[in-house]
Design a protein around this ligand. Structure first.
Ligand code: SER
Length: 321
């Protein structure tokens, strides 16, 4: 049976990926690697948990040995906005962390999942339907580490015949854990303000279009890619995937269909420059061809589902039908 260690399990993706993987692989076969403190509640506690600091080889290695792990999903990352406040930390976590995982994968012959991001793209990249292979000159430390990470991960695939796989996620919208320190976080935060009847101040301009994906599709991309026939894969890491694109104004208007008194104002900050350097939409045809990627969720369906889930979480009532 496959034994999986998820590093960065307490983050936005890990919080939902761990329970999702436990349903597929069995509760005891998915170890939630937490950092820095063990959560006191939530679904991660329903199975094995272990302290894992991705920047320390010994910390990862001891979890691998203790649980006889054969796959590592490395989700630990400092996102784009936090990375600009502390680029050195972003390098340590994103780059050194990935290198540590790859070296251990080489030694213990582990399969690896590691996500990249649309942040690999920069101002010189074509913005509409950005192709898989485009000009890639990122301007954030996050984007730089993600692109360097793609190159080194693919190097390990071909140099050491390792099975390392990954996607380039766009902004991820989710109802369980909040994202931390990204440029696309507004698209989650706004739902909490809307449901609580509070005015929201968006830190991006209202016409800033960005590619996004709903968490159920992001989770599906992980499992579909990890289960894909290896002989069909050429890229292995950094597959463009996307579901839909929208601007803050379009999101505001869609939410207002259900919460008519929602008030939003726009005060762009330093994150505007980051958002302006990223694509507006993504061409994910390579992922579709190599491993059959296809999202299920539309923008409109995501907004309804988010409102229902956030309202339930906050103990509020909402009607979306
Ligand atoms: N959601 C990420 C960020 O905004 C992009 O990968 O940093």
């Amino acid at each position: 049976m496959t034994r999986i260690l998820v590093i960065g399990a307490t983050g936005q993706v890990g919080t939902e990926l761990v329970p999702f993987l436990r349903k597929i692989y069995g509760r005891d076969n998915v170890i939630a690697g937490y950092y820095p403190v063990k959560p006191e509640k939530g679904p991660l506690l329903e199975g094995p948990m272990e302290y894992v600091d991705v920047t320390k080889v010994e910390s990862i290695e001891s979890a691998i040995k203790k649980y006889n792990v054969d796959e590592v999903y490395n989700l630990a990352a400092i996102l784009s906005a936090t990375g600009e406040k502390n680029p050195q930390l972003a390098w340590q976590v994103n780059m050194v962390g990935l290198y540590n995982v790859l070296e251990l994968a080489r030694e213990y012959r582990l399969r690896v999942f590691w996500p990249s991001s649309i942040a690999v793209f920069g101002p010189t990249t074509p913005k509409i339907k950005t192709p898989q292979h485009a000009v890639i000159e990122p301007i954030t430390m996050y984007g730089i580490t993600k692109y360097a990470g793609e190159l080194i991960a693919r190097y390990y695939v071909y140099k050491y015949d390792l099975d390392v796989r990954g996607v380039r996620w766009p902004g991820i919208i989710s109802s369980e854990a909040l994202p931390g320190g990204g440029t696309t976080d507004y698209a989650v935060e706004i739902f909490y303000y809307a449901v609580e009847g509070k005015p929201y101040t968006c830190y991006l301009r209202e016409d800033t279009e960005l590619p996004m994906i709903y968490m159920p599709d992001a989770l599906k991309s992980v499992v579909d890619l990890m289960k894909a026939d290896k002989s069909k894969l050429k890229l292995f890491v950094g597959y463009n995937v996307a579901a839909f694109s929208f601007t803050p104004k379009q999101l505001e208007e869609e939410i207002r269909k259900y919460i008519p008194n929602l008030k939003v104002d726009y005060k762009p900050d330093f994150r505007q420059k980051i958002a302006d350097s990223w694509p507006r939409s993504i061409d994910d045809s390579v992922a579709r061809e190599e491993w059959g990627w296809k999202p299920d969720w539309t923008f409109e369906a995501m907004v309804k589902d988010m409102l229902v889930k956030i309202a339930r979480k906050l103990g509020r009532e909402i009607h979306v039908d």
